[in-house]
Structure formats: structure tokens, C-alpha cells
Design a protein around this ligand. Structure first.
Ligand code: SF4
Length: 253
């Protein structure tokens, strides 16, 4: 099998992933979310000192000295991730897709994982689904450079298959620190995997979308992934309704 892994390597990767997840959950002062589902309504508020301090707490990942400001913190995190092999996807990628956009963005879009085009270019949402996302952003009266775009996973799953739980567990701590560094006013979760991971919910995206939830005190709007819209253009109306809710919050400062 092309993607078969040595059992020992797989076990070590899983242990490393769980240890990292426990560390982050502990620092956030929240229950072990990989064992228990957490109601976002009782999540730690954004202003909590433990959350603010997260990016400054040295972790087991070798890291560069923390740089000041949002751009510096993001860049330091990007450097940490270079060469990452915390899950098996690291051995198969062409490019790591960290994320891009305004490090001080008020709005962050979080998708699922890079596809073939993204893996090739090292940039998020540059394929057909990305072009549709760009159109949505423009329709909101914004530019791609105004927002920040990233994914739950930073490396492409083979054949664009769904992310595995151990891959999400390995990569999510980096997303948590990425969002903490940007500290946006609103997060838009694109598709089921992003919504389920960020909200620690297993409810269908059809149930979650259309209203704001809370991620660490930040309003989070789940909506359909642009790739889903390419297959189901009829759902564009619902996505437009969702982004209009986002625009209302952004406009009301
Ligand atoms: S998907 Fe994330 S955890 Fe896995 S190798 Fe890539 S950057 Fe590392």
C-alpha cells in the first residue's frame, strides 16, 4: 500500500498528537476536548489571561523567540511549522499551506485542508473552490488581502480524502495559536470539518450554519464549504445569507 505506515511510527505520531492536544487544552483551562464534548457557551472567554498568554507559553515544539505583534507571532508560528512531521501528511506534501492574508484581519476564514492546487502553490484556497471563495469575499465588499484564510490541516490529505482524527489532533494546536495571534472579530468556518473542529460539535453543518456560535468568545459563523457550493450551486443562497450576517457585525463595528 502506498500510504501504509509502520505501526510503531503511527503509534508514536498518535502519542505526540495527544500530548500536544492535552498541553493546549490544559493551557486553555478547558476539559480534555478529545475525551469530552464542550458546550461553546461555556468556553473560556477570549479575554481570559490564560488564553492571551497561550502564544507566549513555550511548548514542546522547538520554537523561535516570540516576535512582537501579530505579524511577528504568525511568522514565528510559520517558522515552527516548516518541516513539520507531527502526522503522516508531512511526509507526502509538496508544500505546507500555512495560511495567508492580513495578520490583523477582523475576519478569518477556516477551511478543511489543502487540495492539489494548494499543495502545489503553498497557498490556501487557490483552486476552483478558492476562486469561488474569492468571489464571495469580493461580494462582501472586501479583498482577499483584507481577511485571513487558513485551514484546519496545513498539509494535503492524499487524494483529498477527509482528515483523520489523529491528523486533526496533531494540527489543531497550530490553528489555535494562529487564531490567537490574529485575534479576529469574527471567524467563518467553511464546511463540516472546520465547524466540528472549532465548535467541538458533531451536529450537521445544515444545523450549525445560519447563526453565530462562540469560539473562545469570538463569534463564529459556520457555512457551507465553497467546494460544496461547486457541486450544489443551490446552496449559494444560504451562504449569502450567512455572510450577510457576518457583514452586519463587521459594519456595526
Ligand atoms: S498536517 Fe499539520 S501536524 Fe500534520 S504534518 Fe502537516 S503541519 Fe504537521
Amino acid at each position: 500500500m502506498e500510504y501504509e505506515r509502520e505501526p510503531r511510527e503511527e503509534l508514536l505520531g498518535l502519542v505526540r498528537s495527544l500530548a500536544e492536544r492535552v498541553r493546549v487544552d490544559s493551557e486553555l483551562g478547558r476539559p480534555l476536548s478529545w475525551l469530552t464534548r464542550v458546550d461553546p457557551a461555556v468556553a473560556v472567554p477570549k479575554g481570559d489571561d490564560r488564553v492571551r498568554a497561550l502564544a507566549d507559553v513555550p511548548g514542546p515544539i522547538p520554537s523561535a523567540a516570540p516576535a512582537a505583534g501579530k505579524p511577528g507571532r504568525l511568522e514565528a508560528l510559520r517558522e515552527e511549522l516548516e518541516g513539520c512531521g507531527r502526522c503522516s501528511l508531512g511526509t507526502r506534501r509538496r508544500c505546507l499551506v500555512f495560511g495567508e492574508g492580513n495578520p490583523r484581519a477582523e475576519l478569518v476564514f477556516v477551511g478543511e485542508a489543502p487540495g492539489a492546487d494548494e499543495d502545489e502553490q503553498g497557498r490556501p484556497f487557490v483552486g476552483a473552490a478558492g476562486q469561488l471563495l474569492t468571489k464571495i469575499i469580493v461580494a462582501m465588499g472586501l479583498k482577499r488581502e483584507d481577511v485571513y484564510i487558513c485551514n484546519i490541516l496545513k498539509c494535503r490529505p492524499p487524494g483529498n480524502r477527509n482528515p483523520l482524527p489523529e491528523e486533526i489532533a496533531a494540527c489543531e494546536p497550530f490553528l489555535i495559536r494562529q487564531l490567537e495571534a490574529i485575534s479576529p472579530r469574527i471567524i467563518c468556518a467553511l464546511g463540516s470539518f472546520a465547524a466540528h473542529t472549532l465548535l467541538q460539535s458533531e451536529a450537521p453543518i445544515t444545523v450549525l450554519r445560519g447563526r453565530f456560535h462562540s469560539y473562545q468568545g469570538i463569534p463564529l459563523m459556520p457555512t457551507f464549504h465553497p467546494a460544496y457550493l461547486l457541486r450544489n450551486p443551490g446552496a449559494k443562497k444560504q451562504v449569502w445569507e450567512d455572510v450577510q450576517e457576518i457583514m452586519k457585525v463587521l459594519r456595526n463595528g
